[in-house]
Design a protein around this ligand. Structure first.
Ligand code: PMP
Length: 382
């Protein structure tokens, strides 16, 4: 028997009480019982998003949520700004181009934060920009961007500010309204700790105004239709079949987050992340992040002569722990340890222990226990 663990930056492990909700008998989505649950979820999400704005929920991967923002806020031929620093940020530009929308690409070097000064100068040079797209926690590189700073820059312009908070929400500090985020896009299978298949999007009044003039063809992801269904009655509804079981699971995970308190959830992620960073560095490994490291995932260069994909495969197939490899141009050159959602202190111990043991087995000279010791010392700090 092998016990299995997920230490990837999504999908993440699902708490037992959330799992058990997934096993309950199906209820119909057009019933008062379900619509009451959906109401609790949409209201509960406002706390997690830190917003008073409406939140729309789509049965979809996180990327569907990203696409929905592009097609509902912009029109073909519109100019938008994409402030990226990795694979997921750059995805905004690919989505825009797929719909004939023209991205001004402010792409920072991978491993660094978004280029804030360039964003500021491009906003000044292009007053016609319809939207600015960026990423809270760039999962491919393990970087956290300063959304508050970007929000301050975009606020004064006509552009709507759209943030991919897919792997950051429920893990790192994020304040939709206070930071002037017009649209926050979130996926289910990360900090919200449910299985994949739900995308959530919050919409400010500025976003709704942009939506009114959008001419990009749309049907399933129409915000207009989704808002109509949300508002038509006292209880929310959806235009098409809702992800019933996932929404009921989301209600339970929101309850867990509320019970712990959002600030404590952020604090727990910060503690575990700093322990993981201390552990891998004590082993002589180099962090990939040159800017602010994300508290949801730690990206690490693999040592000279070691293939990061083989390291990952070993840890997954032989030790039963699924971590993540390098993406895009970093494939094979790094590995990523996810510590996101349903994680506790001893996940940090386990993750760093697995890295120590696997690298030792692969012939890297490592003092066994040195990484784990650093993790424990960091965890014991008050
Ligand atoms: N953005 C970020 C920051 C992500 O981490 C991910 C998932 N790794 C996505 C977008 C895409 O989400 P999905 O795979 O659910 O489409």
């Amino acid at each position: 028997m092998k016990k299995r663990y997920i230490m990837s930056p999504g999908p993440v492990e699902v708490p037992p009480s959330v799992l058990s909700v997934g096993g309950q008998p199906m209820i119909h989505h057009r019933t008062p019982e379900y619509r009451k649950a959906l109401n609790e979820v949409t209201e509960g999400l406002k706390y997690i998003f830190q917003t008073q704005n409406d939140i729309l929920i789509f049965p979809s991967a996180g990327t569907g949520g990203m696409e929905s923002a592009v097609i509902n806020l912009c029109s073909p031929g519109d100019k938008v700004l994409v402030a990226a620093c990795g694979q997921f940020g750059e995805r905004w530009a690919k989505i825009a181009e797929a719909f004939g929308i023209v991205p001004v690409k402010v792409f920072a070097e991978w491993g660094k934060e978004v280029d804030y000064a360039k964003v500021e100068s491009e906003l000044k040079a292009n007053p016609e920009l319809k939207a600015v797209f960026t990423t809270l926690s760039e999962t491919s590189t393990g970087i956290e961007n300063d959304i508050k700073k970007l929000g301050g820059l975009v606020k004064a312009s006509k552009a709507v500010f759209v943030v991919d908070a897919v792997s950051g929400m429920g893990a790192v500090e994020f304040k939709t309204d206070e930071w002037s985020v017009d649209v926050a896009v979130v996926g289910a299978q990360k900090g919200l700790m449910i299985p994949p298949g739900v995308a959530m999007v919050s919409l400010s009044e500025k976003a709704k105004a942009a939506m009114a003039s959008s001419k990009t063809p749309k049907f399933y992801f129409s915000y207009e239709q989704a808002l109509k269904a949300l508002k038509k009655d006292k209880l929310p509804d959806t235009p098409y079949t809702s992800s019933v079981s996932l929404i009921l699971q989301l209600r339970e995970s929101i309850r867990l987050i509320k019970e712990e308190g959002l600030e404590n959830v952020w604090g727990r992620h910060a503690k575990i992340a700093s322990a993981v960073r201390a552990g891998v560095q004590a082993l002589g490994l180099k962090l990939y992040a040159q800017g602010k490291p994300s508290n949801s995932v730690t990206s690490v260069y693999t040592p000279e002569g070691i293939d990061g994909d083989l390291l990952n495969k070993k840890i997954r197939d032989e030790y039963g722990i699924t971590m993540a490899g390098g993406q895009g141009k970093m494939k094979g050159k790094m590995f990523r340890i996810g510590h996101l959602g349903y994680v506790d202190r001893f996940d940090a111990v386990m993750g760093v222990s697995a890295v120590e043991m696997a690298l030792t087995e692969m012939g890297v000279k490592i003092e066994l226990g040195k990484g784990v010791r650093a993790v424990e010392e960091e965890l014991l700090k008050r």
